[in-house]
Design a protein around this ligand. Structure first.
Ligand SMILES: *Cc1c(COP(=O)(O)O)cnc(C)c1O
Length: 384
């Protein structure tokens, strides 16, 4: 993936600007602030009314996993044998929830041998496979979906049973001698607390229809990160809504809650430092990174507007904003950020654009397409 692990002794820069002054990097650099990551983890641990697990796929960087464990995270949502083994190695005591609802039989056997704490399922045929392989009293969560808006990206397009099918799956899970739970995912970067409430009310209806008392309710990921400067994530409002909705929907049958944030935990701890390779005829910006690198998601979920612009000496540019098309380095014409970005009129070749909050679905989806994608990962410490 072109990432360099920070081998000791590890340099920790005071800011992206300090790093730029010292290194003048020509390739993209992802900087991680582990204190900021630990602070976000504490915000979840203190605010969420249940167990907090980290969805490893958002950013499986070893420094991320280690920092989360030190901050008190005790569970991980994993989707593949490689993620199962990564967590087994870096967080040996932690719970692993295998919540990819489609698995090859060999993958199931690998996970059984590794000792998963929870599984999810959204179809009869995949449940047949689990019932044939899992030890008794395993926790299996039926994953359901609703037509709910509020997220940047619809997760129901691939996974999730209808509520009717979810009730059937719950009954079969219990009849098979396992612990029956429910789970859903409201869609990533979901800023609307009402989305969770709709799902929680539906979950109570599904459990009632099935005649099953749930072991646990996993309210998924989808928690928003700070992508737009003017819209900081309202995590506490979402936590409060989840807590209240669960009590209201389930009353005395209230199940234990679990969440599995990916983006909401890791995104804000990273900034992506990119460099202006060219300013074509004074207007169009060509960066050394784009949609095949660390900015993969932007065409699907929209621009990150927390952009800091520095000159080659690391000093801020102050020119008035000018809308500019921004292209990545490859020869593919799709390699462009959505719309136009307001960037300073005095922007120049060799300047740096720093995208703050770029830690989710970025390093891990970075490709080497067209010979680009060389990206290092370094450390900053911006909060004292
Ligand atoms: C991807 C994923 C998550 C994390 O989603 P975010 O939007 O990054 O929080 C959580 N649970 C499951 C099952 C997922 O597939």
């Amino acid at each position: 993936m072109g990432l360099t692990e920070g081998r000791a002794p590890r340099t920790i820069w005071k800011s992206p600007a300090a790093l730029i002054r010292a290194l003048a990097p020509d390739h993209p650099v992802m900087v991680l602030d582990t204190d900021r990551l630990a602070a976000t983890a504490r915000r979840f641990l203190e605010g969420f009314p249940g167990m907090v697990t980290y969805a490893v796929k958002a950013n499986p960087d070893r420094a991320v996993i280690r920092t989360l464990v030190r901050a008190g995270i005790t569970g991980f949502d994993v989707a593949s044998p490689a993620e199962i083994d990564l967590i087994g190695q870096l967080a040996p005591g932690a719970a692993r929830h295998y919540h990819n609802p489609v698995r090859a039989r060999g993958e199931i056997r690998h996970a059984v041998a590794a000792g998963m704490q929870s599984w999810s399922v959204d179809s009869q045929s995949e449940l047949d496979k689990l019932l044939a392989e899992l030890p008794p009293q395993s926790e299996i969560a039926a994953r359901f979906k609703l037509p709910v808006a509020g997220a940047a990206y619809d997760f129901g397009a691939k996974f999730g049973a209808t509520p009717d099918l979810a009730a059937t799956l719950l009954r079969r899970i219990a009849a098979g001698g396992h612990r029956a739970s429910l789970t859903f995912h409201p869609g990533t970067q979901c800023t609307d607390p009402a989305a969770w409430e709709s799902y929680i009310l539906a979950a109570a209806g599904i459990a009632r229809a099935a005649g099953i008392t749930l072991c646990r309710l996993n309210v998924g990921g989808g928690f928003p990160a700070h992508r737009l400067g003017a819209v900081p994530p309202q995590l506490e409002a979402i936590f409060a809504r989840i807590d209240h909705a669960t009590s209201r929907a389930f009353g005395r049958q209230r199940p234990g809650l679990v969440c599995e944030p990916g983006r909401g935990l890791c995104a804000d701890a990273f900034a992506l430092i990119t460099r202006v390779k060219a300013l074509r005829d004074g207007r169009a910006v060509f960066l050394n990174d784009g949609i095949y690198g660390g900015l993969t998601e932007l065409p699907q979920i929209g621009n990150l507007d927390r952009i800091e612009v520095l000159d080659p000496e690391g000093r801020p540019r102050h020119g008035p904003p000018l809308p500019r098309p921004v292209f990545g380095p490859t020869c593919d014409s799709l390699d462009r950020l959505p719309g136009e970005l307001p960037l300073p009129a005095d922007l120049a070749e060799g300047d740096y654009l720093i995208f703050h909050g770029a830690g989710a679905y970025s390093t891990v989806t970075n490709t080497r397409f067209n010979g680009f994608g060389q990206m290092s990962r370094l450390f900053v410490k911006t909060v004292s």
